[in-house]
Design a protein around this ligand. Structure first.
Ligand SMILES: [Zn+2]
Length: 292
């Protein structure tokens, strides 16, 4: 209370003092004092206003800088993604353009060109192949015959539509036997190529079996016919396309009956290297031929 009283006294004294001073002022001095007061008050208000405005400007600038930073980062990311995409497109382009017809890769990751139908030649009733491999196929089969072997063709060119039917039938059979749809699909994809990813649609693949054992399972390899083919097919430009222990690369189980034409030169190299077509194209062919 004492402090408050002292302050009140002091304020009163100040006001009295100011009044006394004002009373003593001439009219001109009074006018000047009023003007000075107005100027002082205006200065206070303006100063406050300017301070607020500059603060607003500063925060606006900060926001703008943050937005610019984010934008720059996003643009950089977009640039790098775009670059990667172009590189991938180039690779794909190189691959499809530069591979000769006999080395075209068709598998689960590389579907064939949509709508592609090769020019076909029938080599046995009901069995056709790409015209360019007809002679080599006939020669291989007749040479096997000369050795006293009985090779039968059980599949050659299959259209994509036919492949769809084969795939669907395989799925149905598995579902009928009690498998779930997902399991049936999984098993089917290991045994039958997904339509559009089968070499049979290229007209460059043949399923060849012994007439002594006509099942399409691993025991086929024990027949004399399968053994002769595995040993000699390269001379006619063919490779055993899905060898054992390579399922993780080809995506297809061991098929001792599926032969693919790649041409004599490549077939010999692939056999010698003991690799799949995928490995050959990725590691050997590109390195040797520079993708020509
Ligand atoms: Zn096949």
């Amino acid at each position: 209370m004492k402090v408050l009283m002292t302050i009140m006294k002091y304020i009163g004294w100040c006001i009295k003092g100011i009044r006394r001073k004002i009373r003593r002022m001439s009219p001109t001095q009074k006018k000047l004092a009023i003007v000075a007061m107005i100027a002082l008050l205006a200065g206070c208000f303006m100063g406050n206003g300017i301070g607020k405005a500059s603060e607003k400007k500063r925060s606006e600038k900060k926001v703008q800088e943050a937005v610019a930073k984010v934008q720059k980062k996003a643009e950089e990311k977009l640039d790098s993604v775009e670059k990667e995409l172009y590189a991938l497109q180039d690779q794909l382009h190189d691959h499809s353009v530069e591979l000769p017809w006999n080395l075209v890769l068709v598998n689960g990751l590389h579907p064939m060109e949509e709508g592609y139908v090769p020019e076909l030649t029938e080599i046995q009733p009901g069995y056709s192949v790409d015209t360019r491999i007809a002679n080599a196929t006939r020669k291989m089969l007749s040479d096997a015959e000369k050795e006293g072997l009985h090779v039968e063709i059980c599949s050659a060119y299959r259209s994509v539509e036919r492949q769809e039917q084969v795939f669907g039938d395989s799925m149905k059979e598995r579902v009928k036997s009690g498998m779930s749809y997902w399991k049936a699909y999984e098993e089917t994809t290991l045994n039958v190529a997904i339509p559009g990813t089968s070499e049979h649609a290229l007209g460059l693949a043949l399923d060849l079996i012994s007439n002594q054992y006509t099942e399409l399972d691993e025991k086929q390899e024990e027949t004399k016919e399968a053994q002769w083919l595995a040993e000699n097919c390269y001379k006619y430009g063919f490779i055993l396309r899905y060898p054992p222990e390579k399922t993780n690369i080809t995506g297809i189980i061991y098929e001792p009956w599926h032969y693919r034409y790649v041409g004599e030169e490549h077939a010999a190299k692939i056999k010698q290297l003991g690799v799949t077509l995928e490995e050959y194209l990725q590691e050997h062919y590109q390195a040797e031929e520079g993708g020509q």
